[in-house]
Design a protein around this ligand. Structure first.
Ligand code: MLT
Length: 269
């Protein structure tokens, strides 16, 4: 794990391999470890950069972030600043999982010339409903008072498919460990940021970069139907459904995710 000092925070990141840069943006409340199998597989042929978003993992956040929230655009700006700091000036293949996907949309909007291709995984293009938004803001307040254990209890059943929950305790444990390491401040900041994220569904048709849309066949957060709808709107997008997986495709079925990534990346010369 390396760290880069940015303007106001320190960002931690994995940086492995050489060649075409591939940036992997994690979901919530997670860090780069959710991409473990992909970092290992893709770094054989690419330079894989997997940051912990502001406040998560070993990255720091600003004192005001928990109260004000961190917008998806701010996370995206942090990633651009990281790429500058480590000397990556060529366009990257940008992969974003769930909340990392919300950041991917904003990065592609703010820095289109820095993006060679995109891989939105298990994510959404629409904004929160007002009910979901209120729920997030309530949880953001609670997590600062009571800690993140209730968040983990609520999230786990939504993240994994039934078969994983029932018969793969090692994945349940790994995910719980990653979530438990998140600070309440980072979780509150992300919840407030996600609650305010914009609806980007009207902008999908303007995306010009090659796109691979990935989703777990049993994803309960961003359903295959919803993600197929995203792929249908992006000109030329490819769509791959990952079998035997809920939301956490990267850990539940890494072989299928890696195969889809490797095939897609090998065609982006
Ligand atoms: C994620 O996995 O990043 C979250 O489930 C996204 C969300 O809560 O919208």
């Amino acid at each position: 794990m390396k760290t880069a000092q940015l303007d106001s925070i320190r960002l931690a990141y994995e940086d492995q391999g050489t060649g075409q840069p591939v940036v992997l943006l994690p979901g919530y409340p997670l860090d780069h470890r959710m991409w473990g199998p992909q970092i290992e597989a893709l770094s054989k042929t690419c330079r894989v950069i997997a940051p912990d978003l502001r406040g998560f993992g070993q990255s720091t956040q600003a004192a005001e972030d928990a109260a004000s929230g961190v917008s998806m655009s701010q996370y995206a700006a942090d990633v651009a600043e990281l790429l500058d700091a480590i000397g990556v000036s060529e366009p990257v293949i940008l992969c974003g999982f769930s909340m990392g996907g919300y950041v991917l949309w904003q990065f592609s909007r703010q820095f289109p010339e820095r993006v060679k291709a995109i891989v939105p995984c298990d994510t959404r293009a629409i904004a929160d409903t007002s009910e979901a938004r209120q729920g997030r803001l309530k949880t953001a307040g609670e997590v600062l008072k009571t800690g993140i254990e209730p968040v983990i209890t609520a999230m786990l059943p939504k993240l994994l498919c039934e078969a994983t929950r029932n018969s793969r305790p090692e994945i349940v444990d790994e995910l719980t460990t990653i979530m438990r390491s998140c600070s309440p401040q980072a979780v509150a900041a992300a919840l407030r940021g996600m609650a305010d994220r914009p609806d980007v569904s009207k902008e999908l048709e303007k995306i010009w970069q090659p796109t691979l849309v990935l989703v777990g066949a049993e994803d309960a957060i961003s359903s295959p139907d919803e993600m197929r709808g995203i792929a249908d709107k992006i000109p030329g997008a490819e769509f791959v459904e990952i079998p035997r997986s809920g939301h956490m495709t990267t850990l539940e079925n890494p072989e299928a995710v890696n195969a889809a990534f490797v095939d897609f990346i090998s065609r982006q010369s």
